[in-house]
Design a binder for this molecule. Structure first.
Ligand code: AMP
Length: 203
């Protein structure tokens, strides 16, 4: 299985990907996580992309594909979370034999509410202050680490990320429709319900 998860920021792609990885033993490749790792490790690439990400813009296609494509080669089972985000990126993996593209559809208003209240632990466990609050305020239930807000999860930056989504990523919907690979799942309900629809779409 080679699956692409498409959808606006905050549509739940990361959470869905983690569940699919558990249930179907897929490799999870998240371009956002890869970039954040580079930033955390203060590599040259990390320094180059940090500002762009914090401004809510997309990293260049060249840098992104150079970083992500080598991770796909020789893998038969993977879930791509956050990549591709432009038609040029999609073209760069057109030879990969993608089995399915799942669009997680969430209205902009929901995105803003979800993202601004999102908190993450340094190991990637995801919380929402209203809908999935940690048991102990400010700390991860699973490993006790202090929860953080991503720098690009403020309202101001989210609005820019949404703009980039509408302008640069949404054309992928038609692109994959034409290839008959696209299935759409409503992503605005509770996590469990969304995941049930995702699993149904995979059958
Ligand atoms: P995410 O964790 O998927 O929300 O990604 C966080 C940020 O990383 C995005 O807002 C972009 O700035 C950057 N990014 C992640 N994936 C891509 C991509 N495929 N192309 C360009 N920029 C990306």
């Amino acid at each position: 299985m080679k699956i692409i998860l498409l959808g606006p920021p905050g549509s739940g792609k990361g959470t869905i990907a983690k569940k699919l990885v558990q249930d179907f033993k897929l490799n999870h490749i998240s371009s956002g996580d890869v970039f954040r790792e580079e930033i955390g490790n203060k590599t040259a690439l990390g320094r180059e992309v940090q500002q762009v990400i914090e401004q809510g813009k997309l990293v260049s296609d060249r840098l992104t594909t150079e970083l992500i494509k080598p991770r796909l080669i020789k893998k038969d089972n993977y879930i791509l979370d956050g990549f591709p985000r432009t038609v040029a990126q999609a073209e760069s993996i057109a030879d990969q034999g993608i089995s399915l593209v799942l669009l997680i559809d969430v209205p902009d208003k929901t995105v803003v509410e979800r993202i601004t209240l999102r908190r993450i632990c340094p190991d990637g466990h995801i919380y929402h202050l209203k809908y999935i609050p940690p048991k102990k305020e400010g700390f991860c239930d699973l490993d006790g680490k202090p929860l953080l807000q991503r720098k690009d999860d403020t309202e101001e930056v989210v609005k820019k990320r949404l703009k980039a989504y509408h302008k640069q990523t949404k054309p992928l919907i038609d692109y994959y429709k034409r290839k008959k690979l696209l299935k759409t799942v409503g992503g605005a309900q509770q996590q469990e319900e969304v995941y049930r629809s995702v699993k149904k779409a995979l059958l």
